[in-house]
Design a binder for this molecule. Structure first.
Ligand SMILES: [Zn+2]
Length: 469
């Protein structure tokens, strides 16, 4: 029987699995918690550990990139082929806080293998999924006989993703020249389940704000004045209640302008997923589904823009009654955005909508915390097809499509670098991201290694990018 590339990749991965897992364990022992100022030295140590590992892997360049906060790592390994596409892998080397007393069964920074799972903070989010690229590229070289990857491979591994990536947009903008690429591969996501490998094709954007409403100059007597002056708490409630129409569509004029609608094909693909509503509700800790008429639950969370009241308050909250018209009230809103929506225009539409609805005598201030743009990769993009084929070979199963309802820094990469964002992740929902007893399934981790190994060869074969003139 002849040796197929798959056999060569698998043999290489199998032969190097133990050493790879030892490396991962060593990295996981570094508690690179970006949120904890006391761990800044560990975050730095984690960055340097990765630089050393990438140089040992064969990357021609690997360096620590300073930011105003925690350091990132950049690495590069050119292919030598002028027609080869350039791919930038994104991930992060910082982790969420973790302590034994949070409910861990063993020390979160002392990796432990049990029953085919590796338990440690960062095992899945995101060190395991960053590190699989090191063995992946070595397996790619071993299987193809190449001495450099078939694509120009770059890595950008940030150090403060778990702290909201405050310096990431600046970093990407200031280093855009060296980050230039034809596609971004984000390895910081997961799959539907161990049995259903999936590729995520997009994330929603986010705009969120606080609206402060001010009425009388102080709390006043509801008997002497109530009913004859405007009440900021009632206005906060009216704004919240007015966010949606009877079909639970967002009622802010212009909100849906430019929205890229789901295609019939995408709706079919979502419907193919083995979605179990009762189980989903358990993970949501909710007692019923609810939302925009005409869409399924998955469509609502992945592909429809939404408006949510995150908090509402004002007036007297203590025990018993207090008959006042309160002086102030407050509303916190968030808007999840989909491809085609412009976060700045949404902010403007919200400002106008609020201003128009408030009566004389209610002064207001709106503070937007910022805006994350959505990103969506077309299903027929050649790089997406390569990711699907690579994962299909690794898992030996059909690969299905998902999207992610949340928001992330991937859109910064897409916007600044002008490259599509693709997702290659092997984590599963039970991996416990940000929770006690985070783990990664070792078999899936090795499928991630394999997927990466196939991906570079597949991309180079099927995607010729025009040579810049
Ligand atoms: Zn992550």
């Amino acid at each position: 029987m002849s040796t197929t590339p798959d056999d060569a990749v698998r043999a290489y991965v199998e032969a190097h699995r133990a050493a790879f897992l030892d490396d991962l364990a060593a990295w996981l022992r570094i508690p690179s918690v970006s949120a904890d100022p006391g761990r800044a030295g560990d975050v730095r140590r984690s960055a340097q550990w990765l630089v050393d590992k990438l140089l040992a892997t064969g990357f021609v360049t690997a360096e620590v990139w300073e930011t105003a906060g925690a350091p990132a790592v950049f690495a590069e390994w050119p292919s030598g082929d002028p027609e080869a596409p350039t791919v930038l892998v994104y991930g992060h080397h910082d982790v969420q806080p973790a302590a034994l007393e949070d409910g861990w069964h063993s020390e979160p920074f002392e990796p432990r293998v049990h029953d085919g799972k590796l338990y440690a903070r960062g095992a899945a989010d995101d060190k395991g999924q960053v590190l699989f690229h090191t063995l992946g590229v070595r397996a790619h070289l071993a299987a193809t006989g190449r001495t450099a990857p078939a694509v120009n491979l770059k890595l950008l591994i940030e150090g403060e993703e778990e702290s909201g990536s405050p310096n990431f947009p600046d970093l990407v903008r200031s280093r855009a020249d060296r980050l230039r690429c034809d596609a971004v591969i984000v390895s910081d996501t997961g799959m539907w389940s161990a049995d259903t490998p999936t590729v995520c094709t997009g994330m929603r954007g986010l705009a969120d704000c606080q609206i402060d409403l001010y009425g009388p100059d102080q709390d006043i007597h509801s008997g002497s004045f109530g009913g004859a002056v405007p009440n900021p708490a009632m206005e906060a409630a009216r704004l919240a209640a007015g966010l949606h129409d009877a079909d639970l569509r967002v009622a802010i004029p212009g909100f849906y302008d430019g929205v890229v609608e789901l295609t019939d094909r995408e709706r079919e693909l979502f419907a193919e997923l083995p979605f179990d509503e009762a189980r989903w509700l358990r993970t949501a800790h909710s007692h019923a589904t609810f939302g925009e008429a005409g869409f399924t639950t998955l469509e609502r969370v992945w592909a429809r823009p939404t408006a949510e009241v995150n908090g509402i308050g004002g007036g007297y909250q203590g025990p018993g009654g207090k008959t006042i018209v309160p002086a102030s009230a407050q509303l916190k809103l968030s808007f999840r955005l989909v491809e085609g929506q412009d976060a700045e225009k949404i902010q403007q539409a919200v400002r106008e909508w609020v201003a128009e609805r408030l009566p004389a005598g209610i002064r207001h201030e709106i503070t937007f915390w910022g805006a994350t743009r959505p990103c969506l990769t077309p299903l027929d993009h050649p790089a997406l097809r390569s990711v699907v084929r690579a994962m299909g070979r690794a898992f030996d199963k059909p690969v299905r499509f998902t999207r992610e309802g949340g928001s992330g820094p991937a859109a910064d990469l897409r916007d600044v670098l002008g490259a599509p964002v693709l997702f290659l992740g092997i984590s599963v929902p039970s991996d416990g991201w940000h929770a006690p007893n985070e783990k990664v399934e070792l078999d899936l981790l090795m499928k991630g290694v394999e997927s990466a190994a196939y991906l570079w060869a597949d991309l180079a074969e099927h995607w010729k990018v025009p040579v810049a003139g």
